[in-house]
Design a protein around this ligand. Structure first.
Ligand code: DGP
Ligand code: NA
Ligand code: NA
Length: 210
């Protein structure tokens, strides 16, 4: 019997919504239930391109806004061969941020339209499920101070949140809004339910492209 493909599952949301915690919990739960799974995150700061991005985010370097947008996209593209290989082998990928963060963060800057922002990511593997961890800016503020990185400012995060709301109107993407104000365990339960459905559906579908 041919090996059934894994699902491409993405978690998105503004900073402090709990994406990284939930990716880890989902990955661990899938492993426990015997489903082959791996975690990935974007930006992947370990590659040559990722190191340029990391220095930019840490305010150690300045890059022109279009340039950095293309670097974030290139950082996703450089992982595509590995992602396709894993998915074809039957491994489900749990991904912390993807092209939607790319579009939301850049288009929140002045002078960028959604279409320009989307174009470099056209053709990337299409996620089987994108869960948006929804948390209001006021609830996010209760979770403590932002760090020191470039985008971690409330006004900018509010603009990013608005861009995500716009992106979620795109019906060609399988969006699922998750109430991230619930307890960590309740958020995890929701995410697990949607993920198991996505894994079942993905088995019988070809991998599509953004
Ligand atoms: P994280 O490592 O998940 O904290 O993400 C780093 C920061 O980079 C975070 O503020 C979100 C932002 N970011 C993630 N992906 C992209 C992207 O593709 N483009 C831009 N401009 N920003 C991004
Ligand atoms: Na961050
Ligand atoms: Na995170």
């Amino acid at each position: 019997m041919a090996c059934k493909r894994g699902a491409l599952i993405v978690l998105e949301g503004v900073d402090r919504a709990g994406k990284t915690t939930q990716c880890k919990k989902l990955f661990e739960a899938l492993q426990r239930s015997g489903k082959p799974a791996e975690m990935m995150r974007f930006p992947d700061r370990t590659t040559t391109i990722g190191k340029l991005i990391s220095a930019y985010l840490e305010n150690k370097s300045d890059l022109e806004d279009h340039t950095v947008h293309l670097l974030f996209s290139a950082n996703r593209w450089e992982m595509v061969p590995l992602m396709k290989k894993k998915l074809e082998q039957g491994t489900t990928l749990v991904v912390d941020r993807y092209a939607f963060s790319g579009v939301a963060f850049t288009s929140a800057k002045p002078g960028f339209c959604l279409d320009w922002c989307k174009s470099p990511d056209v053709g990337l593997p299409q996620p089987d499920l994108v869960m948006f961890l929804q948390l209001s800016p006021s609830e996010a503020a209760l979770r403590g101070q932002f760090g020191e990185e470039r985008y971690e400012k409330s006004d900018f995060q509010r603009a990013v949140q608005n861009k995500f709301q716009q992106l979620m109107k795109d019906r060609s993407v399988h969006w699922q809004v998750i109430d991230a104000s619930q307890s960590v365990e309740d958020v995890h339960k929701d995410i697990m339910t949607h993920s198991l459905n996505a894994i079942n559906c993905a088995q019988n579908q070809a991998l599509a492209e953004l």
